[in-house]
Design a protein around this ligand. Structure first.
Ligand code: LP5
Ligand code: MN
Length: 244
């Protein structure tokens, strides 16, 4: 049956070759039968500019994605909070298109709203301030103009600060805000909502203004495990994935 797959939060990096292998397995054994693959952000641990496309990991991942898109599977990306600097050259190289966040699509007959998920975490005021800053075109231009070694150092500092900041944040602060979820359902006409970021894979059902709504949260990938959402005209299903 015609279906699409959605994934997010793989955080591919040089230290975890097994994770990249699991992703390649997914791309060669599971994704080829899909009509489309949607990657809803944080494919990479971080992305410091499209001038890093020739790094071995980036080449390996782009090449695997290109094979999939060349085989006829449509490939779509949303930016995550780690790889918000992925750009047009990256998309072209992989044969993919970027979608805005949020983005409303018709997913096999059901209107579905795709998001990374970070913008729903409105209680995380420090993160939202950080996000606002790094999404400014002037900030991005200035950042991308630095040498790669300076960008690597800045990213490492940012990662350390993020890890330290999270120690002082409660689990609820780092989850979606219930009112932000209700507002997004209202604003977009009560679609099926699909997002990642929070690393809490789940299928939530809720009623908003008398409308039955659903919110799907995608798996994060770590170690030897990952997961994906499979959607067809009958509905969606979260499927866990392990290294074969
Ligand atoms: O990413 P994760 O899972 O640890 O936590 C996220 C939020 N943190 C972030 C920050 C990223 O991890 C940083 C790495 C991105 C690299 C991209 C390119 C380089 C950019 C360089 C920037 C200078 O997204 C975290 C949320 C959590 O999700 C849950 O939702 O809580 O938010 C924070 O931790 C934000 C902090 O509260 C405040 C900001 C810390 C970063 C400050 C950077 C300053 C660098 C200064 C260098 C001199
Ligand atoms: Mn994220």
């Amino acid at each position: 049956m015609s279906h699409s797959l959605l994934i997010s939060d793989l955080h591919l990096n040089n230290q975890e070759a097994g994770l990249t292998r699991l992703f390649e397995h997914f791309l060669t054994h599971i994704a080829p039968n899909a009509e489309a693959l949607y990657i809803l952000g944080d494919l990479f641990e971080y992305w410091l500019g499209d001038d890093t496309l020739d790094l071995p990991l980036h080449q390996q991942v782009c090449c695997a994605l290109r094979q999939l898109s060349d085989s006829g599977v449509k490939l779509f990306f949303l930016h995550g909070n780690r790889d918000f600097l992925l750009g047009a050259r990256f998309a072209e190289t992989c044969g993919a298109s970027f979608l805005p966040d949020p983005n409303l699509i018709n997913l096999h007959g059901a209107t579905s709203l795709l998001m990374h998920g970070d913008t729903l975490c409105t209680d995380d005021v420090d993160y939202q301030a950080f996000r606002q800053q790094v999404h400014q075109p002037a900030w991005q231009q200035q950042f991308l103009a630095q040498t790669l070694s300076t960008r690597v150092a800045l990213a490492q500092t940012a990662r350390e600060q993020s890890t330290a900041a999270k120690l002082n944040k409660s689990a609820s602060i780092m989850d979606v805000n219930p009112d932000a979820v209700i507002n997004i359902f209202r604003q977009y006409g009560y679609p099926r909502l699909i997002h990642g970021h929070t690393h809490r894979p789940a299928h939530h059902r809720l009623t908003v203004d008398g409308h039955a709504c659903e919110r799907w949260v995608l798996h994060d990938w770590h170690g030897t495990q990952g997961g994906y959402l499979r959607c067809d005209e009958q509905g969606c299903q979260l499927i866990a994935l392990h290294t074969p």
